[in-house]
Ligand binder design. Structure first.
Ligand SMILES: [Zn+2]
Length: 123
């Protein structure tokens, strides 16, 4: 007899880890904009060590301009969210990332230089 594990997702496989979110979000970004999507660089280390609000997991992606200025965009997920719930939030998150990318790109480099490492996050 072979037990059917397919129907019973293991808790570890179902866990929403930072790496998993980064993987899914990267794929979503490339799905939405096959060329621009590659401009988002996942900052895995920062995403894993971050201590945000209790029960939240935050992943970070960096954007870079030719003038060497970086901007960081982030996506916050409650740790008790199921993978399917995170997946549902991805399309909207992708759109937000691209609008932040456009804001960053439309800014002249003189403005970039004035904040150097800035954050485009809307809080
Ligand atoms: Zn610039």
């Amino acid at each position: 007899m072979v037990a059917n594990y397919q129907d019973k997702p293991l808790p570890t496989e179902d866990a929403v880890s930072s790496d998993w979110i980064i993987e899914q979000l990267s794929a979503e970004l490339i799905r939405q904009e096959p060329v621009l999507g590659h401009d988002f660089i996942a900052i895995g280390r920062m995403s894993r060590i971050t201590k945000g609000p209790e029960g939240m997991r935050t992943v970070f992606f960096g954007l870079r301009c030719d003038c060497d200025t970086s901007a960081i965009v982030s996506f916050e997920v409650a740790v008790d969210k199921a993978r399917s719930q995170v997946m549902e939030a991805l399309p909207q998150t992708g759109q937000r990332f691209f609008s932040q990318l456009r804001t960053f790109r439309q800014m002249p480099c003189s403005a970039h230089n004035s904040f150097r490492i800035g954050s485009l996050n809307q809080t």
